[in-house]
Design a protein. Structure first.
Length: 350
């Protein structure tokens, strides 16, 4: 049976494949067309998913009156122009992370969304894990009290993506911050209740990638053209007085086979750890420590699929965007300030 919402995917490389099971499983949306500047990828993708309408021109999908949803899966620097054009053409847009590297571009995307009345969602798939949601609900119910400090990191060992869309600033807008800092920062801010940031002190650097023989387990030698950071760390103060220490890296001599992603939140009532989904408390009344773990209930489908299903459902139900662009603006405002702090050697006041 034909589904109500027709989807056009722009950029059919790596992550577009992770969206396809979601569109296939959605009750409401189906992929009818794809676009990519690489004709070989496009033909192979069309064959794999049985999608016949294929074009090198993204504009063809954006202007197609039969298409309701544009799924933007290109390198990050193309997200804003494609999303704005799609919203202006009256399409709903699911856009990969980061929504756009530059906060001003996100502001323009929000303005285009508001003018069109269509839905815009950032594909922050970690929010769609069952255990992550259970933890968010527990925190929202007051389990931590007031959260006054967070420590978050996403650290990889010799695991940089080496494709041009990630390591050339002209296509990516930045390195590890833009690629993976976005994930852990989005989750941390979401768990904290998205408090407005006040100041950022940060550094970003490229060190190991420039050493002779530098390599990634995901792509062999690190291309010498890489002009983005491999590592960043930051200290963020929020308007409500809370603080955050953030660390991200693609390449680090760290004790992990590939990736170590963690978030610790500390509140007036308890602390917590993600992804362990644990809560820690010390009672003044009993002078005892209490640790508890949430029951982990995962969705049937992977989070990349779940986000597509829920995006389409939100459109049909007239519900708010499951990941509002305003949250992505906050994420990018902080990451952009890390770069500005690196450039000035000073704290950035937002
Ligand atoms: N949510 C996640 O877990 C996750 C994981 C990987 C990548 N991403 C994001 O997805 C985006 C794409 O990453 P990827 O890993 O799929 O990259 P990729 O390089 O594998 O694929 C990108 C595709 O876009 C195509 N493309 C480039 N410019 C285009 C244009 N103007 N019009 C049409 N097609 C174009 C390329 O030919 C390529 O096929 C990035 O923004 C990245 O940050 C998200």
């Amino acid at each position: 049976m034909s589904k109500i919402l027709k989807v056009g995917v722009i950029g059919v490389g790596g992550i577009a494949n992770a969206h396809m099971p979601g569109w296939e499983a959605s009750e409401h949306a189906e992929v009818v067309a794809g676009s990519d500047v690489n004709p070989e990828f496009l033909q192979a993708w069309g064959k794999k998913y049985n999608v016949a309408r294929l074009t090198a021109r993204a504009e063809d999908l954006i202007q197609d009156p039969d298409i309701d949803i544009i799924d933007v899966c290109t390198p990050s620097m193309y997200h804003a122009p494609l999303t704005i054009a799609a919203l202006q053409a009256g399409k709903h847009v699911l856009c990969e992370k980061p929504l756009a590297p530059a906060p001003d571009d996100i502001r323009r995307m929000i303005a285009a969304r508001d003018e069109s009345g269509k839905m815009l969602m950032t594909a922050q798939h970690f929010r769609f894990q069952g255990s992550t949601r259970a933890m968010k609900a527990e925190i929202d119910s007051g389990a931590l009290g007031d959260v006054y400090h967070a420590r978050s990191w996403m650290l990889r060992r010799a695991a940089a993506p080496t494709r041009p869309g990630f390591i050339l600033k002209s296509q990516s807008g930045g390195g590890a911050c833009i690629d993976i800092g976005v994930h852990i920062l989005d989750l941390t801010l979401w768990f904290m209740g998205n408090p407005p940031p006040a100041t950022v002190t940060g550094i970003s650097r490229t060190t190991l990638a420039k050493l002779p023989g530098a390599f990634s387990i995901w792509g062999g030698p690190i291309p010498p053209q890489m002009d983005v950071e491999e590592f960043a760390s930051a200290f963020v103060r929020f308007e409500n007085g809370a603080t955050l220490i953030l660390e991200v890296s693609w390449l680090l001599h760290h004790d992990t086979p590939v990736e170590d992603m963690q978030m610790w939140l500390y509140g007036t009532k308890a602390g917590s750890h993600w992804p362990k989904c644990e809560f820690y408390e010390t009672s003044n009344a009993t002078q005892q420590h209490y640790n508890r773990a949430l029951k982990r209930t995962e969705n049937v489908r992977p989070p990349h699929a779940q986000e597509c299903i829920e995006f389409a459902r939100a459109i049909i139900e007239g519900a708010p965007s499951p990941v509002p662009a305003e949250h992505s603006l906050q994420v990018q405002t902080i990451l952009d300030a890390v770069y500005r702090s690196q450039a000035s050697g000073r704290e950035v006041v937002l």
